[in-house]
Design a protein around this ligand. Sequence first.
Ligand code: AQP
Length: 355
Amino acid sequence: MSEFKQLVFSGVQPTGNLHLGNYLGALQRFVALQDTYECIYCVVDLHSLTATLVHDDLAEQTRAIAAAYLASGLDPKKNIIFNQSRVPQHAELAWIFNCVARIGWMNRMTQFKDKAGKDRENASLGLLAYPSLMAADILVYRATHVPVGEDQKQHLELARNIAQKFNNDFSEHIATHGYGVEMEVGEERVNGFFPLTEPLIEGPATRVMSLRDGTKKMSKSDPSDLSRINLMDDADTIARKIKKAKTDPEPLPGDVGGLEERPEAHNLVGIYAALAGTTVQEVIRDYGGRQFSEFKPALAELAVEKMAPINAEMRRISADPGYVDGVLREGGERAGAKAEETMKMVREIIGLLDN
Ligand code: AQP
């Protein structure tokens, strides 16, 4: 029996300006994977409704994320690039997964706890069910690999739990229809309809931290703009934010172990390594023992060198919204055809009348 075909899926929400964390944790990785995998990259606009239901500029923000994908180097011919809401099969499968997943699983999600805060009873049902839609985004293509930042690890584990429960609950129906695929799970070989998708959380910047507080994730929703480098920041702004980045008074350590307990230093070294396409070890080899007054200007220069072309390309692409819409439309058609293939089988497995 055949194995699942290797396929990469990932997405970014249109909830504000993209920052260096999104770029290093996600976009830069997406670009690296396009040469070795078949890839589907989505602007997950339905997810953004869990943050704010009413957006005045959702279409603009959706285009901006797509422009960032293209400006970072994703090829719309090689990959499928589209926005989630164009393919209603995502929401259809999410509903089925809402009936597979357990409320207890959702309640344990740290992102839900963080975002709902103290007033959980007043959070939207969509915020609680978010990981179920994320599982559907991935599994409607039966994707095998998902490049994400560290913050999404728990959601990926939940997607695996959902896939496994669906495979178990419907094992007889899956077998009756002959839709099972063999896969390796640990030491065992098992048969199922959905793959147990692997997260790809790799490289020196899987969790880029705030420039103002090395213990907090760099985030679009941080009220301080100085906490992050936005993809649309100009060279002066990037340099100023790095200069103002919080650090401690010690020089950089002579070995990597010396970065433990120094979150701000660790963060800046990780950012440097990811931008330079090298490792934290190599950065420490070059800069160990140097003061931040030397390291920060080098980091600023590197960040400007890497980000300026992306920034310029984003501006160029964004000036032609017709082009971006065309990419998303065409990608949506290709994605929709693949998603419908899966959903036809899912409807049969479940026993929904669909003829
Ligand atoms: N700080 C980060 N470091 C590394 N990767 C990150 N990602 C986000 N922040 C970091 C990765 O970027 C991808 C897209 O994220 P998203 O926009 O879908 O969702 P998010 O994680 O909610 O982004 P933010 O900036 O943190 O937004 P808010 O402030 O709304 O919570 C994902 O792969 C994510 O891992």
